[in-house]
Design a protein around this ligand. Structure first.
Ligand SMILES: Cc1cc2nc3c(=O)[nH]c(=O)nc-3n(C[C@H](O)[C@H](O)[C@H](O)COP(=O)(O)OP(=O)(O)OC[C@H]3O[C@@H](n4cnc5c(N)ncnc54)[C@H](O)[C@@H]3O)c2cc1C
Length: 506
């Protein structure tokens, strides 16, 4: 048994997109920073060489088997995230969006967050984009899967795909970003921010599970937890870090657990509520010819043409071996389906959802129970979105389309699709995934409707900050990593001004 007892100026819980950014800025400002991360520390040169099935075991939380339980007319949503140094940032497709203008408008005019205007956050986005090297994906890197969907979009709707921007440098288009970049080309936070934090003196402890914030005299005074080592997660000791400033950045799925266990927000019952996930659905088109959709950038283009209808369509692909494992059938039937892989194109559709998820502590085990009651208006987006994507695939030349409907075979025409009556299907019939849990400890302008203020400070516990996907005030409709990092930058810059300078000398 080896207990860990440390003193610091700032303890940061979670080393993902939010935590790494805060840790870096505060360490560089001279504060003694300790970072505690539940997952293992696997270096890019090691995870880059792993098979996808190995990274699922070592970098992904619960081997990607984490779900939001659909209540009522809602799908069961497979919400994926990372559990490793660098957090989910290590697993992204690299897609980078700034917060859309209409979302800033909602924050300012509907949520009363005047300070979160596009102009006010621009310097934070500029800083993050410079650090993680955000750049547009050249058209030449588009996979044939994306090219054919783009052709279909032009033919059926008359608009072109728009290039995505990503945090990559020297991408070789191997389409396996979600399993850790094999070439170190993705500037995830374990490459872009944590080395800077460490160089500035921050200490990083992997395999530490934080359970609670400790308080003293009505202020945050540190955290406690335990060491959980190896894939079997053996408990090897207790952890206590004494620090007058605590930053919880364990992600929207887990930060509420730490806050709830610490009694934070107890009276207002906001912690863990308002979770949004961007429920996403994959639609595949099968072509007569081989298109080898995995050749090219995993994600390279999108269309927000249908944003006013609550949907965004984004290119993606899945490594062939992983795709085969998700296909139906056994034996020869499965083989026949897997043989289709070189002929398949894949596109993703995301619903811009309302905050209808709730994160609660489970009676047993480490993971929370998360429920998600999809709003009727969001459920109503699924059928038209899948229909539209099928139309686009057919217009692009697909001869068969596979919908994310459990138990359904491929459809060969729009007439056949119409006979499925997608709009009448119960939510539980749809296969949905998500990589974007947000909002469960959200920023707001009062303790009655939020957990923290716009600088991440908890309403009811001085010295306690949140800085991760949980603080995002509303669903975004686009991939969130850049918004999370920009908000974390804003929070860190403010803390840098406000925290006592004592540490710089220590
Ligand atoms: C497969 C995948 C693909 C994605 N692709 C994109 C994309 O292309 N573009 C985009 O914008 N976004 C993408 N995302 C989402 C993006 O990665 C997340 O929104 C972002 O990383 C969330 O940041 P965070 O700080 O909230 O949490 P995370 O980055 O998940 O970090 C939280 C960290 O806290 C640790 N932790 C949790 N509980 C504790 C505890 N009790 N004690 C100690 N440590 C703890 C976790 O292990 C984790 O490492 C993707 C996500 C996934 C999973």
């Amino acid at each position: 048994v080896s207990d860990l007892n440390l003193d610091a100026d700032v303890v940061v819980v979670g080393s993902g997109a939010g935590g790494a950014v805060v840790a870096c800025h505060l360490a560089e400002a001279g504060h003694r920073v300790v970072i505690l991360e539940e997952g293992p520390w696997i270096k890019p040169e090691v995870y880059g060489q792993m098979r996808p099935s190995e990274t699922i075991r070592h970098l992904w939380r619960e081997a990607a088997m984490t779900f939001a339980i659909g209540l009522g007319d809602s799908p069961m949503i497979n919400v994926m995230m990372g559990r490793c140094v660098g957090g989910s940032s290590v697993l992204t497709g690299g897609v980078c969006f700034r917060t859309p203008g209409h979302i800033h408008h909602i924050w300012q005019h509907e949520r009363g967050l005047r300070e979160l205007s596009e102009a006010a956050l621009a310097p934070c986005f500029d800083d993050v984009e410079r650090v993680v090297k955000v750049q547009e994906v050249p058209v030449s890197m588009r996979s044939q899967s994306t090219v054919l969907f783009g052709k279909g979009l032009e033919k059926s709707v008359g608009v072109s795909l728009v290039p995505l921007r990503r945090n990559t440098e020297g991408c070789q288009g191997k389409s396996r970003c979600n399993f850790g970049c094999p070439h170190g080309a993705k500037l995830s936070v374990d490459r872009a921010y944590l080395p800077r934090a460490l160089a500035a003196g921050a200490q990083l402890f992997p395999e530490v599970l934080v359970s609670k914030v400790v308080t003293k005299g009505g202020r945050a005074a540190g955290v406690v937890g335990k060491r959980v080592e190896g894939t079997e997660r053996r408990v090897t000791g207790k952890v206590r870090v004494n620090a007058p400033t605590v930053v919880i950045a364990a992600g929207a799925w887990h930060s509420p657990l730490i806050l709830q266990a610490s009694g934070v927000g107890r009276w207002k019952d906001q912690v863990g509520r308002n979770l949004t996930v961007h429920p996403a659905f994959r639609v595949m088109g099968a072509f007569a010819e081989k298109i080898d959709g995995w050749k090219g950038a995993l994600q390279s283009a999108f269309t927000d043409r249908f944003e006013s209808e609550g949907m965004t369509l984004t290119s993606l692909f899945v490594p062939p071996g992983v795709l085969a494992a998700t296909m139906p059938g056994v034996g020869q039937t499965h083989l026949a389906k897997a043989r289709l892989i070189p002929h398949l194109g894949i596109f993703g559709g995301t619903v811009h959802d309302e905050g209808s998820g709730v994160v609660r502590r489970a009676w047993v085990g480490r993971e929370p129970v998360v429920t998600y009651a999809m709003a009727a208006k969001d459920k109503a987006v699924i059928a038209p979105m899948l229909t539209r994507m099928a139309e686009i695939w057919f217009a692009g030349g697909a001869r068969e389309v596979f919908l994310p409907v459990l138990g359904s075979e491929g459809v060969r025409s729009m007439d056949q699709l119409k006979r499925l009556h997608l709009e009448t299907l119960h939510g539980s019939r749809f296969e949905s995934g998500s990589q974007h849990p947000l909002g469960s400890t959200r920023i707001g302008n009062s303790a009655d409707s939020s957990v923290v203020d716009s600088y991440g400070q908890a309403w009811d516990l001085p010295g306690l900050y949140c800085a991760d996907g949980g603080v995002v005030p509303s669903s975004l409709g686009v991939n969130p990593q850049l918004t999370i990092m920009a908000l974390a930058t804003r929070i860190a810059w403010r803390m840098r001004e406000r925290l006592p300078r004592r540490a710089a000398v220590a």
